[in-house]
Design a protein around this ligand. Structure first.
Ligand code: KG4
Ligand code: ZN
Length: 359
């Protein structure tokens, strides 16, 4: 079966075509159009700009994906789209296109939870290795909008055991990068500057270590309050906000690197400690990580090493599958189709869609 999926939950427009057979999966096309430049000048994502851009990009990506896959849309078995969580006006574009194609060609439609797309992505292998079964695991989803720990017993059998009570891990990376005058998205910028930094120079808090929930806003505030102390020269500027937004120009390169390394290490310590504690508590011998923050090489390395020391297996998706993309939505759709699921075209998008429905 060949599935076409759209992902438009936020500011990336993405289309993928995935062919699945008894032996495995073949990703025939995966197209992503980033809107970072369109939102940069506003200092954040503007929902109306995002949806207008989805409308411009989606038809082009559909064309590009179909020709890369050498397939006609009429040959697609099912059309899928992210149905939540995300920005309502963005979700609507992808879901409406997928529903329209499904109705037009008389095919199946699947609305996919974006979080399930991330959560399943570590199991996405293209080779015919038969290794795509969803094994029981503790799944850490770390993205710009979410940070959660999930006990996964199998496809659709999810139990959320922890979530952030304030900022998501990726949001903390983005906000601290902004404080430091680095670009958006902040995660890759901080990772880059953390190389060659001394993580021990600054002692940032590791919050709520004994709980399965997360909190990152204290860490962000700690960076905010430390900055004037390590900067100095702008102290004559009135107003802390103004002073802080100017600090990057005043930070020497080594201090910037040390700050990035210390901040990144504080996040990694929290993520690794809680994920492994959850695996031990729930007696699971596999941990997986997914979402944009799981691109972070240092997080992957430390999670792998710490898991290995406890005899726990570690799995993560290829970095390009960790940030928002439609291949993970297509993979979730194929997994669900195989398990007998499909969605009615009357199903609505839900900006607050939970991973586990609260009936
Ligand atoms: O999964 P994603 O693409 O979108 C959401 O569903 O939110 O995640 C985006 C987030 C951003 O906050 C970005 O800063 C973070 O992932 N991110 C990283 C890295 N690459 C992306 N965080 C840390 N290190 C990275 N290398
Ligand atoms: Zn995401």
């Amino acid at each position: 079966m060949t599935v076409l999926a759209l992902e438009t939950s936020c500011d990336e427009t993405a289309v993928a075509i995935l062919r699945a057979n008894r032996c495995g999966h073949e990703l025939l096309a995966s197209e992503v159009a980033s809107q970072v430049a369109a939102h940069e000048k506003y200092g954040g994502i503007v929902p109306e700009v995002a949806s207008r851009n989805h409308l411009i990009y989606a038809p082009r990506l559909l064309d590009r994906a179909a020709s890369a896959a050498k397939i006609r849309l009429s040959e697609i078995y099912a059309f899928a789209a992210t149905s939540g969580p995300g920005l309502a006006s963005s979700l609507m574009i992808g879901a409406s296109i997928a529903k329209g194609l499904a109705i037009g060609f008389g095919k199946r439609y699947l609305g996919i939870n974006h979080l399930e797309g991330h959560l399943l992505s570590p199991f996405f292998g293209f080779e015919s290795d038969g290794d795509n079964d969803i094994k029981p695991n503790v799944s850490l989803i770390v993205s710009g909008g979410h940070t959660m720990l999930v006990v996964v017993r199998g496809l659709t059998n999810y139990q959320v055991i922890g979530h952030t009570v304030d900022d998501a891990a990726g949001e903390a990376f983005d906000k601290v990068a902004k404080l430091l005058g680095l670009g958006y998205p902040g995660g890759p910028e901080i990772e880059e500057h953390a190389r060659g930094g001394d993580a021990k120079r600054f002692d940032f808090p590791r919050s709520m270590l004994a709980s399965e929930n997360f909190s990152f806003s204290g860490l962000k505030t700690a960076v905010r309050y430390l900055l004037p102390k390590v900067v100095g020269r702008f102290c004559e500027t009135p107003g802390i906000e103004r002073r802080l937004t100017q600090t990057p120009y005043n930070l020497d390169e080594q201090t910037l690197r040390d700050l990035c390394a210390a901040f990144q290490q504080a996040i990694i310590d929290v993520l690794v400690t809680k994920t492994l504690a959850a695996a031990q508590k729930h007696r699971l011998d596999l941990v997986t990580i997914s979402g944009g923050v799981s691109c972070n090489q240092e997080l992957r390395r430390q999670m792998r090493d710490a898991s290995g020391r406890k005899g726990i297996e570690f799995k993560s998706a290829e970095p390009w599958l960790c940030t928002d993309n439609a291949a993970m939505i297509a993979f979730a759709a194929v997994s669900r189709l195989r398990a007998g699921f499909e969605s009615p075209v009357t199903e609505e998008i839900d900006p607050n869609l939970a991973l586990v429905s609260q009936l």
